[in-house]
Design a protein around this ligand. Structure first.
Ligand SMILES: NC(=O)c1ccc[n+]([C@@H]2O[C@H](COP(=O)([O-])OP(=O)(O)OC[C@H]3O[C@@H](n4cnc5c(N)ncnc54)[C@H](O)[C@@H]3O)[C@@H](O)[C@H]2O)c1
Length: 329
């Protein structure tokens, strides 16, 4: 039984708390959040203890592992403090808001010996994982084109956007990781940003984007992002090669289809957002983390995966600003 503490009792902290509490191999031991009653309220829901200082988590001998769901600028300091205390870590994306912050801590990050896994939950989505398994098995021949569509149902509050690091670090980062998971190292990034929402434009960010990523072998991934989507949380992936294509489609609450005089094959909207759409992925992510910690096998996605996804986000940010492709490596 892995005794886990959560640092940060916000949106993703609630998702992880529910997942840990429901997992037979995990126990929610402690919840930490310095503000208001956030930690106490979340801890009380699952019969866990609460505290306000992250240092109290690191010093607690009753805690084996830490899930970091604090704001992004705290990820590196929290991760390093947890590792120094000998705790295993499951850290949320992105690793940091800038490569400067990663580079400043690179010696300490490289010296980490406790297991540190990153929360790129889409790797654990059963449909996306099945597509990758089929690609690896050669079902469509060598992967030539990967298309990732990710549209949120609605934009987050502009106050969140302001401190998010921008669409590429906050949102596209998941898709950068998925692209690397399928294609390996990326050699060129070309991003086009769109300003469809004037409130987000006013704080200097894009609210939609199309990114192409090229690999040394000539394979290309296309990522399509939008902060809004009338039909719900639009999460699709297609892999194509000379021998065929694999498509992971959207998921709806039921499989019911309506056909009448006005429409045929009409279905419900897509599941609303990440909590519902990726519930199983969060559960499988936690299982993979527990399995790696308990068996001592390598964790994946790793610190290196998190750094490489951030590198792609920075390249995309530069490309969208200049209009020119950015070459890497
Ligand atoms: N993988 C995913 O699907 C996913 C989804 C949402 C958010 N995230 C990531 O999770 C992180 C948190 O995002 P969120 O949407 O939950 O934000 P949030 O603002 O809802 O929650 C963050 C929480 O951290 C707390 N906090 C602030 N300083 C702290 C400190 N020093 N110690 C402990 N807690 C502290 C805040 O009080 C807040 O409750 C971000 O890095 C975000 O990118 C990942």
């Amino acid at each position: 039984m892995l005794r886990i503490a959560i640092i940060g009792a916000g949106r993703i902290g609630h998702v992880h708390a529910a997942t840990i509490a429901a997992h037979p191999g995990a126990q929610l031991a402690l919840v930490c959040d310095p503000f208001g009653d956030a930690a106490e309220n979340l801890a009380a829901t699952y019969g866990a203890r609460a505290c306000k200082e992250a240092d109290d988590v690191f010093a607690d001998p009753q805690v084996d592992a830490v899930v970091i769901g604090s704001p992004t600028p705290l990820h590196v300091p929290h991760l390093l403090a947890a590792a120094r205390a000998g705790k295993a870590v499951l850290c949320e994306k992105p690793i940091a808001l800038s490569m400067e912050d990663v580079d400043a801590a690179s010696a300490e990050l490289e010296a980490v010996t406790t297991p540190v896994m990153f929360g790129f939950n889409r790797r654990f989505d059963p449909s996306f994982a099945a597509v990758r398994t089929a690609v690896e098995a050669g079902r469509i021949g060598p992967l030539e084109q990967l298309t990732i569509i990710s549209r949120d149902p609605a934009a987050p509050p502009v106050e969140y956007v302001k401190v998010s690091g921008g669409i590429f670090r906050d949102m596209t980062i998941h898709d950068f990781d998925t692209a690397r998971y399928f294609l390996g190292d990326i050699t060129e990034v070309h991003a086009v940003g769109q300003n469809l929402d004037p409130e987000i434009a006013a704080v200097g960010d894009f609210d939609a984007a199309v990114v192409t990523l090229r690999t040394a072998s000539g394979a290309v991934a296309t990522i399509i992002n939008n902060r809004h989507c009338a039909a719900g949380y639009d999460q699709r992936l297609e892999a194509s090669g000379p021998a065929g294509a694999l498509l992971a489609d959207n998921i709806r609450a039921t499989t019911v289809r309506l056909s009448n005089a006005e429409v045929t094959d009409a279905q419900e909207p897509y599941l609303d957002f990440f909590l519902e759409r990726y519930a199983e992925a969060y559960r499988l992510e936690l299982s993979a983390f527990i399995e790696a910690v308990e068996s001592g096998s390598p964790v994946s996605p790793s610190i290196t995966d998190a750094i490489e996804a951030l590198r792609l986000a920075e390249a995309a940010t530069e490309s969208a600003r200049t209009g020119a492709p950015v070459r890497l490596g």
